[in-house]
Design a protein. Sequence first.
Length: 266
Amino acid sequence: MKPLSSKAFTAVTQLFHKVSGIQLNDSKQALVTGRLQRLASEAGEADLEAYVDRLVRGGAPAQELTKLIDRLTTNETYFFREPQHYNDLAARLEAHPAGQEFTVWSAASSSGEEAYSIAMVLGEILGDGPWRVLGTDLSTAMVDSATKGLYPMDRARMVPPDYLRRYCLKGQGAQDGQLLVSRELRARVKFAPANLMQPLPKLPQFDVIFLRNVLIYFDAPAKASIVRRVLAQLKPEGVLYTGHAESLANLDLPIRTLASAIHSHA
């Protein structure tokens, strides 16, 4: 299969940007080419340029565009990434009124490790009290994978040992080297598809929203649009966590920064 031309790369990344809002620059050309080659092969297409042309012109089946979005938004993550936020969440939970429901939204949940990490913290502090976690992602494949709660063991390297024992099952036999999030924890965490660049599905108001390591893919206007859309789902006294590498400065947003990558309504 021939390499992807610069013209085809530009065309497919423009299509991806239009659908997802995510801009992939030239540094991602090898990644995009590799994933497109696999998609074309799965579709039985030997000519990569012809496959891209059909995608761009709308001549490919609708599920091919869904597959494209799934493949190009897949990013490996791990449990308890950027642990400062989980420590801050735990401190806030200690002051939460007993018996009052606590809700958290993992707004770019990828394969679900963030949502389950949140759930472990809530389970540890709030126990059987009323709490729940929602995870959403642009990729339907990621939503399906997250719902299963099955992961390579190396993604749990940051999970506290006590949490591993309480909330995870170690795979054996054919699942050796993997872990399964416990049934009890999975029952508290729901996953659904959502495109942060589009009107959101009907959602409740949340006490805490995690919006981490996704804004880096967007330009300033798109960042501002996403944050405003997400803030509309945050309770008046709620807290928004963003990635430590993501700046919200100069976006003219109605927020107040409480600490590094921790925000509230202004």
